[in-house]
Design a protein around this ligand. Structure first.
Ligand code: MN
Length: 731
């Protein structure tokens, strides 16, 4: 039962909240605005009368607080305040849109309509949430305030999530992290974004949240001391320069600390950049850039900057309007510290985003800022999108964080790709078939390789070849998820067919050896070649990476037993003994008579390469390049089987190397290339293979060379041949 006294107290609270709203709105109110707000307040009061939130509070407190967030945290004006006050009336009360239109006019009614969830029956398989989000975005074309009020509504709901049942908490928190936080980021509402993320964590992982919160509190004094010391010299200099400033050292958000802990798998104590130092300058608009750089120079007089971490969003602001100068410097205590330098104006835009942006634009709303361009683009996507709402939301989301690059087809059609997209991404964007057979492209009429990174405005013509097919390295060339998954599919298919071929070969060879095709025989072969699994073995045989004729030798070795070269310690001792020194380095080219070694087929080392020896189970020492695709695994998992190796300075050996070339075809090219190889450099060529298609050629040259420097000279010479675009060493 609610007692009379409580009702009185509630009424007082409502009036207080309302007055507080008016007070905060006062600076922006024009003649007659207060009256309109009052009318909206009373209308909302009446509509929601008798309704309570789950917490037990009168419902009207919610729209009142949403309106207050709109004013004080986003900087919106009277129309938004009215719409915020009324935002739940049509959805939750007997009021209709027509009523709102009659009382408050067309503009407010349109906003409220955008804020009202879709009711009625949904198709099977559709998502109410996605449909609602889509509807909300559709209203972007009318009025961006719809989204901003929706953000304020969401923030207040998150702030008051405590009283919701657990399942609702999780649902709302997840929607928030999935849609609203990225949207806040894109709109430049940074303060919103971090609060939403922190609240998400608070409800989705309450224990972690509590733990980090208390650790931040515990380390507060130490941090404050560190910051004091850090900024001391800067403060002195700033004061002597006569620049008005404010310095804040604020901890990063709980959510971002947690993300870092999770991503790097480290405890709280090891997250070193727990905070950023922000220097906010109070200078006039035309002095901004010069002053910020002056302060940058001053900071780096005291602290060494990390050149990779300099971000200049003053010369080129972010698409959402964010401006700031960021650098990461080494503090006196061996800790990296992020320093953000910006002006008061920039700081306000960063905190409040969109609305603050306009405040500084002197009402000149005609020029296209990044945000407007973004909104225009969202409108375009909306206009042509007829996919399901879920797909739509996913598309939209995937475009939120990453910035894009705009390029053109030969016919002039615009294609949008994620930043850092390459020719290969473009090819897969056009069609999977085009992607899998892509050989290279002409970008702005110039021939470029597959991994050429596209820039805004590039015109791209893809060149294909029937013979071309994807290989592992392609995965490194692409950034779009579409291209990645298509390449993976193709590689999987190819691997499957190689495995099939390899299996047949192994079966045949085993039969020839008059052995049974059994798991134990297979295990022996796997062991012998030092591969991981049977399917790896089949694959290596199928692709010819392990020569077929070698299969029979496993039997010989397994009959003979150990080759005596299995123990790294023994080998090293042998080397020391024979040399009569402490040097246990395996000298390639000189130690062949002491210990036997072979060059690994997977990376074909040549003299001059950085290498190491790997003691295999049954095939002696194999020399791998440190850049070998298998190196990381061998070095990290089998450290005890690694033997240090170096090339002896003397010793004439020749090594087989493979070069790939790509370029435009022309008459006489092959003879030019082979002339350079055999005549000019006296290199012994084993084979030269050239495929030509659509004016592009691809060549593979196998040759014998002495060492890496010899190879480098050759590559340089070949690249000078007219028509040749790229020469690279391949395994
Ligand atoms: Mn609401």
């Amino acid at each position: 039962m609610i007692v009379e006294e409580d009702l009185e107290a509630e009424k007082k609270e409502i009036v207080n909240r309302y007055r507080c709203l008016l007070r905060k709105a006062k600076p922006i109110l024009k003649d007659g605005d207060a009256k309109l707000i009052k009318k909206a307040f009373h209308t909302s009061m009446e509509a929601h009368s008798g309704m309570r939130r789950r917490s037990g509070e009168p419902y009207i407190l919610h729209p009142l607080e949403v309106a207050e967030i709109c004013v004080s945290e986003i900087g919106l004006g009277t129309t938004s305040i009215i719409a915020a006050l009324l935002h739940d009336t049509v959805e939750d009360t007997d009021y209709e849109i027509t009523d709102i239109k009659r009382i408050f006019g067309e503009k407010v009614a349109r906003i409220i309509d955008g804020l009202t969830k879709i009711s009625g029956v949904f198709e099977q398989g559709s998502s109410r949430q996605a449909e609602n989000f889509r509807k909300m975005l559709l209203t972007l074309s009318d009025d961006v305030r719809v989204i901003l009020i929706k953000m304020a509504d969401r923030l207040h709901n998150m702030r008051t999530l405590q009283s919701m049942p657990r399942n609702k908490q999780l649902k709302i928190a997840n929607e928030t992290i999935y849609l609203y936080a990225p949207l806040a980021h894109r709109l430049g509402l940074y303060a919103f974004k971090s609060e939403l993320e922190d609240l998400y964590l608070k409800y989705s992982e309450p224990e972690v949240f509590g733990e980090i919160t208390s650790k931040i509190k515990d380390t507060k004094d130490a941090r404050a001391k560190f910051i004091r010391n850090f900024i001391k010299p800067i403060k002195n200099r700033l004061s002597s320069l006569g620049i008005k400033y404010e310095i804040k050292g604020r901890p990063k958000s709980i959510y971002s600390i947690w993300s870092k802990m999770k991503k790097q798998d480290i405890p709280f104590e090891e997250v070193f950049d727990l905070f950023a130092i922000r220097i906010i300058l109070d200078v006039s608009y035309h002095q901004e850039k010069a002053c910020c750089w002056q302060v940058y120079s001053l900071v780096t007089d005291y602290y060494q900057p990390n050149p990779d971490r300099l971000r200049d969003w003053i010369s080129i602001p972010k698409a959402n309007g964010y401006e700031s100068l960021h650098t990461t410097v080494m503090s006196g205590r061996g800790q990296w510290v992020e320093v953000q330098i910006r002006t008061k104006r920039m700081d306000e835009i960063a905190e409040k985003g969109y609305a603050a942006h306009w405040k500084y634009k002197d009402g000149n709303t005609s020029d296209e800022t990044g945000l407007e361009m973004w909104i225009t683009k969202v409108r375009e996507i909306l206009a042509q999108n007829d996919a399901s709402a879920i797909e739509f939301v996913n598309d939209f989301k995937s475009n939120l964080y990453s910035d894009e690059v705009f390029v053109f087809t030969p016919k002039g059609d615009l294609k949008t790709l994620p930043q850092k997209a390459t020719v290969l991404d473009f090819a897969f964007d056009i069609h999977t078939e085009v992607g899998t057979h892509c050989l290279g492209a002409k970008v702005n009429q110039k021939l470029v390789p597959l991994n050429f990174e596209l820039k805004n405005g590039d015109q791209v013509e893809i060149l294909t070849s029937k013979k071309q097919k994807p290989n592992e390295s392609w995965l490194q060339y692409v950034v779009s998820s579409k291209a990645k998954s298509k390449i993976k599919d193709a590689l999987k298919e190819e691997r499957k067919s190689y495995i099939g071929e390899g299996k047949e070969i192994v079966k045949r060879k085993i039969r020839q050896l008059k052995l049974n095709y059994s798991q134990s025989v297979l295990d022996e072969i796997v062991n012998y070649f030092n591969v991981k699994t049977v399917s790896d073995l089949f694959y290596m045989i199928g692709t010819g990476k392990i020569e077929h004729s070698l299969i029979k030798s496993f039997h010989k070795v397994s009959n003979q037993g150990s080759t005596g070269l299995r123990d790294v310690k023994l080998i090293e001792e042998k080397l020391r003994k024979i040399r009569k020194t402490d040097n246990d380095l395996l000298l390639l080219g000189a130690d062949l008579d002491i210990v036997d070694y072979k060059f690994a087929k997977c990376c074909n080392p040549i003299a001059g390469d950085d290498v190491f020896g790997f003691v295999t189970v049954s095939d002696g020492i194999k020399i791998h390049r440190t850049t070998c695709p298998n190196a990381a695994e061998l070095l990290s998992n089998y450290g005890y089987r690694i033997i240090k190796a170096k090339w002896a300075s003397s010793g004439k050996h020749s090594f087989e190397a493979t070069l790939s070339m790509i370029g435009t075809d022309r008459l006489g090219l092959v003879s030019d290339v082979s002339n350079i190889i055999s005549e000019e450099l006296k290199v012994n060529m084993r084979s030269l293979l050239i495929n030509t298609e659509g004016g592009i050629f691809e060549g593979t040259i196998k040759l014998y060379i002495e060492d890496t420097s010899h190879l480098a000279i050759l590559v340089k010479k070949l690249e000078k041949v007219s028509g040749v675009v790229k020469v690279s060493r391949s395994n």
